[in-house]
Unconditional design. Sequence first.
Length: 261
Amino acid sequence: MNTKIGKSVLIRVTENVATVTLNRPEVVNAIDENTRSDLKEIFTNIQASDDIKAVILTGDRDNFCGGSEVTSLQDISTSLAMEQMRNVRHTAMAIAACNKPIIVAVEGHAAGAGIGLALLCDKIIASKKSKFTFSFSRIGLGPEWGLSVTLPDRVGRIGARNLFWNAQKMSARSALEIGLIDEICIPGGALDCAWVEAKMLANKATLAVQGTKFLTRIPLDELRAALDNEAVSQAACVSSDDFSNGIKVFKNRRRQKSEIE
């Protein structure tokens, strides 16, 4: 049975595997303040649980995560933007510090902060019809959710910079080719494939699995420093004319899409 935490996230524990589901399908599971708070609480509890041996992170219905709820950043002060980014840091660190293996199941769209959320985890399995979008520069924002260190760890420093600058959308096949994701599955099959992987890890020697994760992950001090730097950069971006103009374009596109649907 799914248990709802707050308003935005579900968690279900079956056979020592916790399935954590972003639960805002009406906005492509975009991350708002409630989602950040719920994720922090859930992963803090998972870390403390001896019964949970592995974790799956996914999105409800047809998409993984459309990124941050960027409209909440419009017309806010630099100090409030810094406060929101500090909340991002607390949640990101709770996920990264979790010693259980975390498998991400991606269907549909993963964008911006949604990709950042996925890269805090250990393995990403995506449907071959899924899409990955780095939309930051298009709306006048920079990397967040630790992407300034987790993305270069996957695709290299120059490759990461180009992805941020180009604001491109890529297929699952292209994402696999550059190392952004780890595995492709049939459409609709990401969660099933993630379950097989998570169950396999849950049945292995716990200390060995957790120790391997500890020894091979990005050092937490490095991630924390990156999140702090991202907060300063993002707060500056939010107060810029580029972001103000970018968010207007974003809203217009969302409204036009809604009218078509």
